[in-house]
Design a protein around this ligand. Structure first.
Ligand code: GLN
Length: 541
């Protein structure tokens, strides 16, 4: 019998429900269980692929090309599994499917209603995870906060599912927020009481409450929450904000949450959890180290969530190089206005991440130019590769009007152009070149040295590509096409021959970086950055 762990959120969003669910997945995997994770998003978009990163943060891409919520990145980084399309669905998908069924005549004669038609479709999609993965424990996170009008059908579906699979096979974990009154420093539980009351009004009583706060949560407060919210005393888990993300599973483990969950589900651990690698990881993060500065030049920098996987990948690679990484978040439009250059100039490396649309594009091109001319280590991710090529064409090949046709349709020198099979596409949703594709590495290149294997598979999300009519000219002038699709048609990695480390990929390596398995291209960047920082110290620059 599959067991279910349902995560709901209380009081406010963004309190770390996704991280908590991911950490719980790790604790259960460590105990020998086959764990699957799924995120249910209540918004009406079919997927986050068409949403602005300002609205939604990063769009996380899976092997099969699904464009998903950024929490799936947490799941993959903590549990170290490869998720698929069924691991994330939205209200939009549920309604689209139900309406398509209705048009086909599947419900002839019937009136289509939230209960049972929408809730049945939600339950069907939950069932797909277990079917696909054969998981013994399914962790299911409901996006948003209890009380939101959009999440009602999801919660109702979970209530029904609980009755169908039996209460003994389900646990409701409510992750809530305890605010602090600034004037007195007092932590308040009332909003939590209200959110649990809202949950109970739809027939769900939480079995475990994770009480999140910015400061230490006292035992007496936990007892108060237990009393007011009708939860066992040992099932209110205090969880102060951790300064190191990867400490969350350790904190939960210390509080005995892994065993508590198993006990409540009637399971016994198949093996002892070995948290030693995670303890070592957190110790390594805390150990004082020398710092390298990375200037991240993007267009959504006000919201770091927009670059969540890039930030994490940098941290993973920093650990591998035994350095601390300090990221300076630079708005590319500032560089166009001659601002923020002092920060870029201080940095030991420049990173230009992915992006869409023309705002700030010239600033990114300038950042690539600066890195090339000054031999500053550079990593370009997707759009970051395209701007590196545009700069090269403009500055080295003297093709001054070079551009991507994404930004200038009538440019005489479209060094980046729309992909052939993208030309006829008019629908914006889910139609890019998405997901895992193979890439062959050119022997002797920096990319091949970094990866140390001849072939890699990486995740993509783009419509534009390097225009092959410029390949010969680029190569003649020192650009190396160090990663190509197996048929040789698509440029996947470029690098400069005469540069310490100027490497850029058409794919998104950040999606495959894991805390214990840092991504080679990021490791390479920080290795070069570390060397540059060392040189700076020795020459007293
Ligand atoms: N806008 C560019 C393209 O579609 C780059 C995409 C990206 O950076 N993910 O090709």
């Amino acid at each position: 019998m599959t067991k279910y762990l349902f995560f709901t959120g209380g009081v406010v969003s963004s309190v770390g429900k996704g991280v908590t669910a991911a950490a719980m997945g790790l604790l259960l995997k460590e105990r020998g269980f086959n764990v699957a994770v799924q995120k249910l998003d209540p918004y009406i978009n079919v997927d986050p692929g068409t949403m602005s990163p300002y609205q939604h943060g990063e769009v996380y891409v899976l092997d099969d090309g699904a464009e998903t919520d950024l929490d799936l990145g947490h799941y993959e980084r903590f549990i170290d599994n490869r998720l698929t399309r069924v691991s994330n669905f939205t209200t939009g998908q549920v309604y689209a499917e139900t309406i398509a069924n209705e048009r086909r005549g599947d419900y002839l004669g019937g009136t289509i209603q939230v209960i049972p038609h929408i809730t049945n479709e939600i339950k069907r999609r939950i069932g797909l995870v277990e079917k696909e993965t054969g998981a013994e424990i399914v962790i299911l996170e409901v996006g948003g906060t209890v009380g939101d009008i959009e999440s009602q059908p999801f919660l109702e579906a979970l209530r029904q599912l609980r009755n169908e699979v039996g209460r003994e096979n389900c646990l409701f974990v409510h992750v809530t927020w305890l605010p602090t009154i600034g004037a007195t420093g007092e932590i308040k539980t009332k909003p939590t009481q209200h959110s649990v009351a809202a949950l109970r009004s739809i027939g769900i009583s939480p079995n475990i409450i994770i009480a999140r706060a910015d400061q230490h949560v006292d035992k007496s407060l936990c007892e108060k929450i237990a009393l007011f919210c009708d939860v066992d005393k040992d099932s209110v888990i205090p969880m102060a904000t951790a300064d190191v993300l990867y400490e969350v599973p350790l904190l939960l483990e210390e509080l005995g949450v892994g065993e508590l969950v198993l006990r409540k589900l009637g399971l016994t651990a198949k093996q002892k959890a070995n948290m030693t690698p995670w303890k070592k990881l957190v110790e390594d993060v805390r150990r004082p180290k020398s710092t390298v500065q990375v200037a991240l030049v993007g267009k959504y920098v006000e919201l770091q969530d927009a670059y969540m996987s890039v930030r994490e990948a940098l941290k993973h690679a920093a650990l591998a190089n035994d350095v601390e990484v300090e990221i300076s978040w630079i708005h590319s439009t500032d560089l166009e206005k001659d601002k923020s250059w002092d920060v870029v100039k201080k940095a030991d490396a420049v990173l230009v991440p992915g992006g869409f649309g023309s705002r700030g594009i010239e600033g990114k091109i300038l950042a690539a130019r600066y890195a090339r001319e000054n031999k500053v280590p550079y990593l370009g991710l997707c759009l970051g590769m395209q701007v590196m090529c545009i700069d090269f064409a403009r500055s080295v090949l003297d093709l001054e009007d070079s551009n991507s046709t994404e930004f200038d349709r009538s440019t005489e020198n479209p060094v980046i152009d729309i992909m052939l099979d993208q030309r006829s596409i008019t629908n914006m949703g889910g139609t890019m070149r998405l997901g895992l594709y193979p890439c062959l590495l050119q022997q002797g290149s920096k990319a091949s040295a970094a990866y140390a294997v001849p072939k890699v598979d990486e995740r993509h999300r783009h419509r534009f590509e390097f225009n092959n009519s410029y390949r010969v000219e680029f190569e003649k002038h020192g650009m190396l096409f160090s990663g190509l699709s197996p048929d040789g048609r698509l440029v996947e990695i470029v690098e400069l021959a005469d540069h310490p480390y100027m490497v850029a990929s058409q794919f998104h390596p950040e999606f495959l970086s894991r805390p214990m398995k840092p991504h080679p291209l990021f490791v390479g960047l920080l290795k070069a950055a570390k060397e540059r920082a060392k040189k700076k110290i020795s020459t007293n620059e």
